[in-house]
Design a binder for this molecule. Structure first.
Ligand code: 0GY
Length: 318
């Protein structure tokens, strides 16, 4: 993998101040993922010189190419990826689709589309491996899109068997509840709906999220991004490399609860190259070592990393 000094953003783009580059030379995980494991949430950025970032973006990242993503996949022992359209590319899905095409069937994608997308464009993305659209409600990342536009898109993509990935902050769930529960297809929540992990795992805020999943069988969750949700932080991640000594321990009860209660509707992903992290950048190898703390048996690990993502993204091979 390239060294950070060589990772200057290419094209006419200057990185957002405070933006951290992804961690090069990640350690080899001590936890061996099961054969056929899927990294079900990751992104590509550019390269900016080849795939320009969107004018409406809220941040300008470093480059993070498909080649680097697939090198990480090999290093961590994964077999497949789900590449999720990052907001810095807006509704221009070319970099993501290019990554899928080059993966030769080992990657699927989640796109961002506007109401103006044509059936032909959807079909061509489907042929490349796209299987869903992402609706983002995190205000620091995107401008507001009217809900009737999103509902119209959700209605159209069901024809291709696609699902909807939703990204939102926990405090916004009550307001978004009616919209989410009206979606006519499988709904996949990014990062457990971003719980505030300083609050109790059985407190009203996270209970609402559990109720959302419990009452709606079509709702899945990614139990990803401890590095984003944690308040106690990485601690051991770059030191003694010992997760028992405190890496992201405050996130474990939340993710474990979701895996235990909904073992057939959970997914896991690295979130490489980790957009918008300003305090620390995780070693992806050590993020993999986090998995057995949240999926505590071989059976749960198999569902989380293989059975569930295969069912959603590669149903014919599942
Ligand atoms: C994530 C989270 C973030 C960013 C994006 O598309 C994106 O820009 O998803 C975030 O900043 O929380 O899932 O990668």
């Amino acid at each position: 993998m390239r060294k950070p000094a060589e990772m200057a953003t290419t094209g006419n783009f200057t990185k957002t101040a405070g933006w951290m580059d992804w961690y090069t030379g990640p350690s080899r995980p001590r936890f061996r993922v099961p054969a056929g494991a899927v990294d079900a949430h990751c992104h590509v950025f550019g390269p900016g010189a080849e795939f320009p970032f969107a004018p409406e973006r809220k941040y300008t990242p470093c480059d993070a190419s498909k080649t680097e993503l697939y090198a990480l996949r090999e290093r961590l022992g994964f077999a497949r990826n789900v590449v999720v359209q990052a907001t810095c590319h807006g509704a221009d899905n070319r970099a993501m689709v290019d990554a899928l095409v080059h993966a030769k069937g080992k990657a699927r994608g989640v796109a961002t589309v506007k109401r103006s997308v044509t059936d032909q464009q959807i079909q061509s993305m489907h042929d490349a491996g796209v299987r869903g659209v992402r609706f983002n409600f995190v205000k620091r990342l995107v401008d507001f899109t009217p809900k009737d536009e999103l509902l119209e898109i959700a209605g159209r993509i069901t024809k291709w068997g696609w699902h909807v990935v939703i990204y939102f902050e926990a405090v916004d769930l009550p307001e978004l509840w009616d919209f989410f529960t009206a979606l006519p297809t499988t709904v996949v929540v990014d990062h457990m709906g971003r719980p505030d992990v300083s609050k109790p795992v059985d407190g009203p805020e996270f209970e609402l999220f559990v109720k959302f999943m419990r009452e709606h069988n079509n709702v899945w969750s990614k139990v990803s991004c401890p590095e984003r949700l944690s308040i106690t932080g990485p601690k051991a991640l770059h030191g003694e490399k010992n997760l028992e000594q405190g890496a992201y321990t405050d996130v474990i009860p939340f993710a474990k609860r979701i895996v235990d209660e909904f073992p057939d509707r959970v997914l896991w992903g690295t979130d490489w190259p980790h957009p918008n992290l300003k305090d620390h950048m995780p070693d992806d190898g050590l993020l993999v070592d986090f998995i057995p703390y949240i999926a505590t048996t071989a059976e749960l690990q198999q569902k989380l990393l293989v059975t569930n993502p295969m069912r959603l993204y590669w149903p014919k091979e599942a």
